[in-house]
Design a protein around this ligand. Structure first.
Ligand code: ZN
Length: 492
C-alpha cells in the first residue's frame, strides 16, 4: 500500500516511497526549547507521528531526524532575562518537551540532533556557500545568504519575490514575506551573547542554517521528505532549500509536508485572547492525554482544526467506547467458530481504514469504519452471535487502529499523576480542576477495597451500603461498571 501525500513543492498528491527502495529518510523541524510547548506545536508533532506510524504499519522503514533548536534569538533573550547560561535555560524546557511528547504518545525519531552540537558543520556549510558565491560577510562580521544567487528562491512557498531589493538584509530568525531579503547565516558575536570562536569569526548560527546542516549530516544531500508546521514554509523552509541546493545542486527534499495551524474556539490561539493552552494547562484542567491526542489528530493535517473543549469531550467518549469494547472482547468468553458476517465486517473495516490513511492521511475517514465495526461487534455480543474467531479478527483490527491512533491502550492515570507532580513542583496547584483533585484523592488500592466491600454488601443484600459506596466513588470521579464477567472500575 503506497501513501499518497500532498507535496507542497509540487502542489499535488504524490506517492511517498523511499528513493532507495528500503528506508524513508525524513526530516521534521523540531522545537525551539524556550518555553512549554502549546497545543498548536503538538498538533504538528502528532501529525508527523501519524505519518511515521502509518509508514511503519504498512511495512516502510523510517529514518526520522528531528532537530532541537537550542540557540536562537528567543532563547538568548529569555536566558538573558532569567540570568542563566542558555544551556541551563534550555535543559529545563527540553526535558519538559520530551515529557509532553511521551504523554501524547509521540514516538521518538531515530535521531535528535542539537544545534549547538553541530557548529563546525554549520561553519563548513557557510564556507561552502561563500566559495559558491552565495554567501558574503558584512562589516560587523556576520554572514548573509545572497538571495540573488538563487533564482529558484520562492519555489516552495510560490511567493512572487520579483520586487525584492538586491542586497537588502534581515538578521532576525523569523520574519514576514515583506522581509524576503538576504538572510543571516551566521551572526557576529554581540556583547553578552553566547558565541563560538570559528574560522568564519566569532558568533552564532542563524536558525535556518541549522536545519540544512543537520538534515544533510544525517540524511545525505538529497532525501525523501521534509515536514513541519505551515508557518515554516516561508521563510524557514524556503531558506533551507536555498542554502542546501546552492552548494549541492541537487534537490534537497523531494517531498514537503506541512501541517495546518489550529484555531481555538474559532480564533487564532494567542495569550492576549485568553485561548492559549500548553499541554500541561489542559492536563491540569482534568482532560486526559489520550483525549488530547485523539482530538489533535482526528482532523486531517491539511485541514484547519478548530480546537474546543466540546471536541475534547467527544474524543473522551469515543475513547471510552473503544476501551469498553476491547474490554468486552478480551474479558468475555466466546464459543469456538466464526460468524461469516463479522469476519466480513472486520475485513472491510481494516481495508477502509488503511485506504483512508493512504489517501493523504485522512484520519477523520479512517475512524469511521472502526466505529462501524464497534457497533456491529457490540450488537453481535449482545445477541450471543460473536464467536472466538470473530473476537480475534476484531482485536487485530483494533490493534492496527491503535498502531497509528494509540488511544485504546490506557496510560492516562500515570500521565495525570505526573501532571499533578508538575503542578506541585511549579506552584500551579491553583490551576488544577477540583474534579481532578477529587479523583486523585483515592489510591487504586483504596478503590479496589471499596469495590470489594460493595460486592460483599450486595451479596448480603445490603443495597443501601452498596449504593452509598457507588455514589461515594462517583463523587470522586470513579465509575463502577457491573458486567457479566465481573465488576470493573475506572477513573472518569
Ligand atoms: Zn527547521
Amino acid at each position: 500500500m503506497t501513501l499518497r501525500l500532498f507535496n507542497t513543492l509540487t502542489g499535488q498528491l504524490d506517492d511517498l516511497v523511499p528513493s532507495d527502495g528500503k528506508t524513508l529518510r525524513m526530516y521534521a523541524c523540531g522545537p525551539t526549547i524556550y518555553d512549554y510547548g502549546h497545543i498548536g506545536n503538538f498538533r504538528t508533532f502528532l501529525q508527523v507521528d501519524v505519518l511515521r506510524r502509518f509508514l511503519k504499519l504498512t511495512g516502510v522503514a523510517v529514518h526520522h531526524v528531528m532537530n532541537i533548536t537550542d540557540v536562537d534569538d528567543k532563547i538568548i533573550r529569555n536566558a538573558t532575562a532569567a540570568g542563566v547560561p542558555i544551556g541551563e535555560y534550555t535543559a529545563r524546557y527540553e526535558k519538559a518537551f520530551f515529557e509532553d511528547l511521551d504523554a501524547l504518545g509521540v514516538e521518538r525519531p531515530e535521531e535528535i540532533p542539537h544545534a549547538t552540537e553541530h557548529i563546525p558543520q554549520m561553519v563548513k556549510l557557510v564556507q561552502r556557500l561563500a566559495a559558491a558565491g552565495a554567501a558574503y560577510q558584512t562589516e560587523d562580521g556576520s554572514w548573509y545568504f545572497r538571495l540573488a544567487s538563487f533564482p529558484e528562491y520562492g519555489k516552495l512557498s510560490k511567493k512572487d519575490l520579483s520586487g525584492m531589493e538586491d542586497g537588502a538584509r534581515v538578521d532576525v530568525d523569523e520574519y514576514e514575506k515583506d522581509s524576503a531579503r538576504d538572510f543571516a547565516l551566521w551572526k557576529a558575536a554581540k556583547p553578552g551573547e553566547t558565541s563560538w570562536d570559528t574560522p568564519i569569526g566569532r558568533g552564532r548560527p542563524g536558525w535556518h542554517i541549522e536545519c540544512s546542516t543537520m538534515a544533510m549530516e544525517y540524511l545525505g544531500e538529497s532525501f525523501d521528505l521534509h515536514a513541519g508546521g505551515e508557518d515554516l514554509i516561508f521563510p524557514h523552509h524556503e531558506n533551507e532549500i536555498a542554502q542546501s541546493e546552492s552548494v549541492t545542486h541537487k534537490p534537497f527534499a523531494r517531498h514537503w509536508m506541512h501541517v495546518r495551524f489550529l484555531l481555538v474556539d474559532g480564533r487564532k490561539m494567542s495569550k492576549s485572547q485568553g485561548n492559549f493552552y500548553t499541554l500541561r494547562d489542559l492536563l491540569l484542567k482534568g482532560f486526559k492525554a489520550s483525549s488530547i491526542r485523539l482530538a489533535l489528530i482526528s482532523v486531517p493535517y491539511r485541514h484547519q482544526l478548530n480546537f474546543t473543549f466540546e471536541g475534547l469531550t467527544e474524543a473522551t467518549s469515543a475513547i471510552e467506547r473503544l476501551r469498553t469494547f476491547k474490554q468486552r472482547l478480551t474479558a468475555g468468553t466466546f464459543a469456538p467458530g466464526a460468524n461469516p458476517a463479522l469476519q466480513e465486517a472486520a475485513k472491510k473495516a481494516q481495508a477502509e481504514y488503511l485506504a483512508a490513511l493512504s489517501n493523504d492521511l485522512n484520519t477523520a475517514e479512517a475512524r469511521a469504519p472502526i466505529f462501524d465495526l464497534l457497533r456491529a461487534g457490540n450488537a453481535a455480543i449482545d445477541q450471543g452471535q460473536l464467536l472466538a474467531d470473530d473476537r480475534d479478527a476484531i482485536l487485530a483490527v483494533l490493534a492496527s487502529f491503535d498502531a497509528v491512533f494509540d488511544v485504546i491502550e490506557d496510560r492516562d492515570a500515570e500521565i495525570t499523576r505526573r501532571a499533578l507532580d508538575y503542578a506541585e513542583q511549579s506552584g500551579r496547584l491553583d490551576d488544577v480542576s477540583p474534579e481532578l483533585v477529587a479523583s486523585q484523592s483515592l489510591t487504586d488500592e483504596a478503590i479496589d477495597a471499596l469495590v470489594a466491600e460493595r460486592t460483599q454488601a450486595k451479596k448480603q443484600r445490603n443495597f443501601a451500603r452498596a449504593d452509598q459506596i457507588r455514589n461515594e466513588l462517583a463523587e470522586k470521579g470513579v465509575v463502577i461498571e457491573d458486567s457479566k464477567d465481573g465488576v470493573h472500575w475506572k477513573r472518569k
